[in-house]
Design a protein around this ligand. Structure first.
Ligand code: NAD
Length: 474
């Protein structure tokens, strides 16, 4: 993404880190160690394309921190991939995991390709070769580094990765835990696909229920009726829009894609927009909506909540002062530059930061990894037991009171949890706890300027505590 920022993406992350570090009391050397990327693996490998030519592929895997093992982070396929970007995203993963109490270090991977311009077979060969390069250098494994999907990748690529890994490491009992975001039939967990968007929803919903924050931005409590703009109708944007509309009762007034944006003040249904885009090849000309030929104009619409869910640096020095949203929920990684943050401060816009808000994916990845290590589906052991117990308790209550519980209540009370219930509930708990840890940190230190800095302070304190307690080897 082109930007007028004077800083690279990694420098931007470092700048936010330094700003936050000044609100902590840790040793400068320790802070420098936390900020640095521990290992950067830049690779080039040849792949034979469908037409018989050989392409040299540029790819990266960066492990930012090993204060907890394994490291964790997605793999993106994009022509924009470069070392600086992968390093920045790996650093954000460290802080993200710390904030949501997921016991992993941060990592990230990227392959510099345009997945839309390649055939499935070419993509499979590139993904498998990349995985084998990671295996050769001991850069992947359930206890070492566990990739996941990101921009341009999904379940299909994760299945190729786990198949390559387990083929190269036969007999490794925990091999399925070498990558997350897999299809459910290949060791994936129910709820992973929608996790990041659902987490964005839970996080913003919690923020919107904190009276002090809402009075600060001049909004009423709750999400119902709030006008939402979403940029990007991919995995994260689609699910964010879905939950804001379905669970929050919000009105999604605009959706932006790279070819343009559409606007309807009465609300858009993300599923219908998705179907329209699939059948026509473009988001534009959606029935009942107005076209915005310049996609970025959607970011500047009058709305309550803006959800950038596509790329980094989309809100920067050049457009920040035209943003009219009261709350920005950073669903994408790094969508706002530090210069934009300065503008938000002046305009009293509440920016809910990426590294915590979009942690739903890594949180559910953590649940998937735990499932893979335990070799059992969530709910398998307790669902029937809970249902039998609840049925017995209900029966006793009815006998003792002489009253009968309604059919609807009976079904609700009796229900033993299945995997999706437990995953969604674990995610909800994680996002609520993280929101309050950040907001409490901010409240306890009112000189902290914004929520991003408060989130960084929480992350730095947790990572630094880890280093301080473990000591430095040798
Ligand atoms: P995705 O590939 O599924 O979707 C991205 C969408 O953005 C695509 O539909 C693409 O067409 C659109 N897009 C591209 N350029 C655009 C532009 N200039 N304007 C508007 N739309 C544009 O990717 P995703 O998984 O949804 O990831 C989106 C962002 O969320 C990335 O920043 C990623 O790092 C971050 N993220 C993803 C996850 C996850 O679980 N998938 C987790 C955390 C963070």
């Amino acid at each position: 993404m082109s930007t007028d920022s004077e800083y690279s993406f990694f420098e931007s992350v470092g700048k936010s880190f330094d700003k936050a570090a000044s609100y902590t009391k840790w040793d400068d050397g320790l802070l420098e160690q936390i900020k640095a990327c521990n290992a950067v693996y830049r690779m080039r490998f040849p792949v034979k394309m469908d037409d018989g030519t050989i392409s040299v592929i540029e790819a990266y895997r960066v492990q930012h921190s090993q204060h907890k093992s394994p490291c964790k982070g997605g793999i993106r396929f994009s022509t924009e991939v470069n070392q600086d970007e992968v390093m920045a995203l790996a650093a954000l993963m460290t802080y993200k995991c710390a904030i949501v109490n997921v016991p992993f270090g941060g990592a990230k991977g990227g392959i510099k390709i345009n997945p839309r311009a390649l055939s499935p077979y070419e993509l499979e060969k590139i993904t498998r070769r990349y995985t084998s390069e990671l295996v050769k250098k001991n850069f992947i494994g359930p206890g070492i580094d566990v990739p996941a999907p990101d921009y341009g990748t999904g379940e299909r690529e994760m299945a190729w990765i786990v198949d390559t890994y387990t083929s190269l490491k036969p007999g490794e009992i925990d091999g399925l835990g070498s990558v997350t975001g897999k299809p459910i039939t290949q060791g994936g967990v129910r709820g992973r696909k929608e996790a990041t968007g659902l987490g964005v929803f839970f996080g913003v919903r919690e923020v919107c229920h904190i009276p002090a924050l809402m009075s600060k931005v001049g909004l009423s409590i709750g999400l119902a009726g709030k006008k939402v703009v979403v940029q990007g109708l991919g995995n994260v944007g689609y699910h964010s829009a879905k939950y804001f509309r379905e669970k929050g009762g919000s009105i999604v007034i605009a959706i932006a894609e790279y070819e343009g944006a559409i606007y309807n003040p009465h609300g858009l249904n993300e599923q219908e927009v998705f179907e329209h885009r699939k059948s026509t090849g473009s988001i534009l000309n959606f029935p009942g909506a107005t076209n915005l030929e310049n996609s970025n104009d959607a970011l500047e619409l009058e709305c309550d909540i803006l959800i950038p869910a596509a790329l980094e640096n989309v809100i920067n020095k050049s457009n920040a002062d035209r943003i009219k949203a009261k709350i920005i929920g950073e669903a994408a990684n790094g969508p706002c530059t530090p210069e934009a943050d300065e503008v938000f401060m002046k305009k009293n816009i509440l920016c809910v930061p990426d590294m915590y808000l979009n942690a739903g994916g890594v949180t559910v990845s953590y649940f998937e990894w735990l499932k893979n290590l335990s070799h059992v589906r969530y709910g398998r052991m307790e669902k029937r037991f809970t249902e039998n117990l609840n049925s017995h308790i209900l029966g006793q209550i009815e006998t003792l009171t002489g009253k009968v519980v309604s059919e609807q209540e009976r079904n609700f009370i009796m229900n033993g949890p299945n995997e999706i219930d437990l995953v969604h509930s674990g995610l909800e708990e994680t996002m609520i706890t993280a929101t309050h840890e950040i907001v409490d940190c901010w409240k306890n230190n009112p000189s902290i300027p914004d929520m991003r800095t408060a989130a960084y302070v929480v992350a730095i304190n947790k990572v630094a505590t880890s280093y301080a307690e473990l000591g430095i080897f040798p």
